[in-house]
Design a protein around this ligand. Sequence first.
Ligand SMILES: NC(=O)c1ccc[n+]([C@@H]2O[C@H](COP(=O)([O-])OP(=O)(O)OC[C@H]3O[C@@H](n4cnc5c(N)ncnc54)[C@H](OP(=O)(O)O)[C@@H]3O)[C@@H](O)[C@H]2O)c1
Length: 307
Amino acid sequence: MSWTAEDMGDLGGETVIVTGANSGLGFSATKELARHGAEVVMACRNLEKADDAKQEIENEVDNADLEVIKLDLADLESVSSFVEKFRREHDSLDVLCNNAGLMAIPRRETQHGFEMQLGVNHLGHFALTGHLIDMIQESAGRVVNQSSMAHEGGEIDFDDLMGEDDYSKWGAYGQSKLANLLFTYELDRRLEDVDSEAMSIGCHPGVSDTNLFRKGPEMTGSRIKLLVGEVFTRILGQSADKGCLPMLYAATSDALEGGEYIGPDGFREMRGYPEKQESTEDSHNREDAQRLWEVSEELTGVSFSLD
Ligand SMILES: NC(=O)c1ccc[n+]([C@@H]2O[C@H](COP(=O)([O-])OP(=O)(O)OC[C@H]3O[C@@H](n4cnc5c(N)ncnc54)[C@H](OP(=O)(O)O)[C@@H]3O)[C@@H](O)[C@H]2O)c1
């Protein structure tokens, strides 16, 4: 039988962080987690948008337990400030949903000079996870990384990771989404090596109708690409409420083990209900995963203390 948000059961007493909780998949996931009793920390870069989103969920869900904390993944100092605030106010963390992301935008750089898509989608989340991994281990919790079918065409260009010599907006997106999975599986192996009960799981939403497809065309002012994106997601995609199900399943299902990958069960994984999927051979390449891990530690200055 198809798994839906109704199968999540009671999440009372659980604390979950969702990055990018003000929009699209993060918003829908936050709403359902709150509906099932979890305390959800909405980690968002724009406080005004985040407060509006929080209000919208509170209007729909009685007794929603939500808190907004500012997090800009394009700024490692913001990542550290987020973690400091979270730790001051919370004793435990059960699930970290690394969901926020940008897709196919013109080349931009983060505060530390990282190419923006790799910087936000992978490096910011790598740093966030490294800062919080002790709390996740203490609660035998989970890290859930939102990847994409775009990982299938992705390559990690270790010689030009930041696209300084040769930038392609889709290449950079594919690289960042492959990085999400290399990180997911490497983290899970490292947790297993120390006999941790914590897990790291990957997921993807298929094609979902969110703001993701609008950002790139809006930045370049391309009305045609905006229109093509709208038509593409409307025809092939599903709602954000459905697209967030793989992330919710990965975050809460007892039927899963670490290192698994969840996506929709329909035609070409573009839509449908969550089930276990296979990611590419490249995403399981251990040498690349270790190398990416080392580079990510070096770039972010964050190392994981796993025990
Ligand atoms: N929609 C799809 O079909 C699809 C397919 C495959 C994978 N995904 C993945 O799903 C995830 C969520 O995307 P979505 O579809 O829900 O798109 P969305 O509606 O555009 O949501 C993206 C979220 O990420 C946030 N974000 C962007 N840059 C950030 C930063 N520097 N710091 C913190 N937050 C930041 C956005 O904040 P603002 O609102 O302030 O911009 C927004 O909350 C992404 O990782 C994406 O790659 C989506």
